[in-house]
Each structure stands twice: as structure tokens, then as C-alpha cells.
Design a protein around this ligand. Structure first.
Ligand SMILES: [Fe+2]
Length: 257
């Protein structure tokens, strides 16, 4: 079974549309799942949620989704200096002010975790386990430099075993590694990549056969449409520049998210 995993769309509708078109062009994708952080930083929170709902794409709650839904005091994003903190709050307040009540309710209903069994529930495995950031808290960043020990601890929290896939996002940087035959997959980010590549990113995961396969896909999208809409929306212009650089630091670029 081949699954497409789309994460951290962050209200970037042109990026989502390009990724969904790319997936539609493939004949071998059994299902699409999202890994959360549907809103924040770009001006299409309602439209992104509507697009996922229209296609009945299931997925988990990201920190941005649950904090917006719960009117929490902040989005649970990391920031490293005062400017980043300011930008983070501006994005959060803009998003809270612009999402519809229906979107908010729907975000609040997203599950924290989804388990998929490609061979069916009548066998013990393998499983694909989806969370947004980490099995305990969605605000913890599970970066590629985490030691094997950390990854196995997380697998233990989830009850993952050899042959299973644990998939997540949150850091906006794709990576894959297998430790003791458990596959850890960060699906990257559709709408706000941070690895220096501006193109929308998602992951294809093959499970249920001889071996687990993971492929990272990058898709060009209408970034000018996204940048122009950000500038017109009242969101900080920094977010348009951030998309353009793929999250690489430049003057005033923020790492929050
Ligand atoms: Fe995110």
C-alpha cells in the first residue's frame, strides 16, 4: 500500500493544490493523510480546511490546529529571538481572527494520533502511526539529529514494533531513518518548508510489502500567488520572504512555526 503523507500546510492553498494535483497524477496512491498544522502564516486557513474536508482527507491535529481551536494563549511554536516571537504572535492572532467558527470546531475535533494497518486489522502489523510532532506533545521538535535512543523511546511510547512506520512533521524538514527496523519518517512541509527548498514537499510511504519504501517529493507551485496574498492580507511580509527562501535565514526571516 502506498500512502501520501502531507504535513504542515500552514494555510498555503496554492502549495496544497499543487501537491494534491501531483498526487492525483499518480495511479498508485491508496490514500492521503495529513499530519497537522493546517493553518497559520498564510491567508487561506478556511480554504485549506475546506479542501481537505471536500476530499475527506483524514489526519491528526498539529499544535497550530489545537491551539487555534482551544483559544490557547499562543500557538506552541518555537522562536529564538524577540522578532521571531513578535511574528509568531502576529500570525497566531491573524489566524484566530480570520478562521470561521466551523473551521475552528473541525480543527478541535482532529485526533492526536491515527493508526493505519495496511494489511488489515485482522493481522498484528505492520502499522503506520501518524502524529504531528511527537507521541507525547505536539510542541516537541523531533529533528533529524535526535539520537537513536530518543527515536526508540518515542517508538516505545507508541507501541511501535519492527516493520512499523512512525510518521510525523512539525519541523518542516523531511528525513527518514530506520532504527531496529522501525522506520521514522518526517514528511516535511507542504506550505512552509524550512530546508532551503521553496517547493512544496510531501512523502510517499510504501508499507505492507517486503520492505518499507519512503520517497520525498517536491512540487513547484504558484509561490507568487501565495506571496501576493500574504502581502495583501495584513500578515507580515516576512512570511512571503520566508516562503521564497525555503526558510533559510535572511534578514528578518523567522524560524517560528
Ligand atoms: Fe508547523
Amino acid at each position: 500500500m502506498r500512502y501520501a503523507l502531507i504535513s504542515d500546510i500552514h494555510a498555503n492553498l496554492p502549495a496544497l493544490e499543487a501537491v494534491l494535483a501531483d498526487i492525483d497524477g499518480r495511479t498508485d496512491v491508496a490514500a492521503v493523510y495529513h499530519l497537522g498544522d493546517l493553518v497559520g502564516y498564510a491567508p487561506w486557513p478556511d480554504e485549506v480546511v475546506a479542501a481537505l474536508r471536500a476530499r475527506a482527507i483524514p489526519g491528526v491535529a498539529g499544535n497550530y490546529d489545537s491551539t487555534v481551536a482551544a483559544d490557547y494563549e499562543h500557538c506552541g511554536c518555537r522562536y529564538e529571538d524577540a522578532r521571531q516571537e513578535e511574528l509568531s504572535h502576529l500570525s497566531y492572532e491573524w489566524t484566530r481572527a480570520h478562521v470561521s467558527a466551523g473551521t475552528k470546531r473541525w480543527l478541535g475535533g482532529l485526533p492526536f494520533r491515527i493508526d493505519i494497518r495496511p494489511l488489515g486489522g485482522h493481522t498484528a502489523g505492520p502499522r503506520v502511526i501518524l502524529v504531528h510532532g511527537n507521541p507525547v506533545l505536539n510542541t516537541v521538535y523531533w529533528t533529524e539529529d535526535r539520537p537513536d535512543r530518543f527515536c526508540l523511546q518515542m517508538a516505545g511510547q507508541l507501541g511501535a514494533k519492527a516493520g512499523d512506520v512512525v510518521a510525523f512533521g512539525h519541523t518542516h524538514k523531511p528525513w527518514h531513518r530506520a532504527i531496529e527496523a522501525i522506520h521514522f519518517v518526517n514528511a516535511g512541509s507542504v506550505g512552509r518548508p524550512k530546508d532551503g527548498d521553496w517547493r512544496a514537499g510531501y512523502a510517499l510511504v510504501d508499507v505492507g510489502g517486503e520492505d518499507v519504501g519512503v520517497e520525498f517529493v517536491r512540487v513547484e507551485y504558484d509561490i507568487e500567488r501565495a506571496a501576493a496574498a500574504i502581502r495583501e492580507s495584513g500578515l507580515p511580509d516576512d512570511f512571503a520572504q520566508y516562503l521564497d527562501t525555503g526558510g533559510m535565514p535572511r534578514a528578518h526571516a523567522t524560524d517560528a512555526g
